[in-house]
Design a protein around this ligand. Structure first.
Ligand SMILES: [Ca+2]
Ligand SMILES: [Ca+2]
Ligand SMILES: [Ca+2]
Ligand SMILES: [Ca+2]
Length: 208
């Protein structure tokens, strides 16, 4: 009887323990359900990060074929870009750079002072498949010049000068302001594309 009574008491105690464990179990799932709700509030942040790249990519279609030239507009004698004056010493001079589409003309103008050096108007085409014309306007007297071999005498409006697709030097006996001791001039330089390129870039040097 005592043994049976002990076994009965053990089974009753086990039942109490099981009931006690069963009562504790429901608390855990509730706590787990709270955690996903907090995580769900964090989800919108990664989605927001995907938008900036699309905005950054938008400027790309604007980068089309353009022929930027900061000297524009300079398409005629009257709109010529004014350059610093030079004298007839060969250390005096400059370089212009620009870009030409098929119909563009780039005009520049600069004064040339007749000093004690030798006057020999010169064009140096450093880069670019271009035609360069050099026109002269004497400060006093009348323009009298001979275009060197490889260049061609050309008149544009009231201007007279020489044009070539390669570098040229008028030479020390090639230019004179006839009737004047002072051969100072105002020069005009016209650059045009000699290629079929949509955008011909160039660099042209000048001295006198
Ligand atoms: Ca241009
Ligand atoms: Ca132009
Ligand atoms: Ca010279
Ligand atoms: Ca003269």
């Amino acid at each position: 009887m005592k043994v049976v009574g002990s076994a009965f008491l053990l089974s009753v105690l086990s039942g109490v323990v099981l009931v006690a464990c069963g009562a504790d179990a429901p608390a855990t799932p509730d706590a787990r359900n709270d955690t996903p709700r907090v995580d769900a509030r964090v989800v919108p942040t990664p989605d927001a990060r995907t938008f900036p790249p699309f905005v950054d990519a938008m400027p790309l279609p604007d980068a089309g074929p353009e022929c930027d030239d900061p000297s524009e507009p300079n398409n005629s004698e009257n709109m010529a870009t004014a350059l610093a004056g030079i004298d007839d010493c060969d250390g005096s001079g400059g370089t212009v750079s620009g870009a030409l589409d098929s119909t563009d003309e780039d005009w520049y103008t600069y004064a040339v002072e007749d000093t004690n050096c030798l006057l020999d108007p010169t064009i140096l085409i450093a880069t670019g498949n271009v035609e360069v014309c050099l026109f002269f306007v004497c400060t006093s007297g009348t323009e009298d010049f001979t275009c060197p071999k490889g260049s061609m005498a050309t008149d544009v409006g009231t201007l007279s000068g020489c044009c070539s697709t390669s570098s040229f030097d008028i030479g020390v006996f090639g230019f004179d302001c006839d009737g004047a001791a002072d051969d100072s001039t105002t020069n005009f330089m016209r650059v045009k594309s000699a290629s079929q390129n949509s955008c011909e870039t160039y660099s042209v040097g000048y001295q006198s």
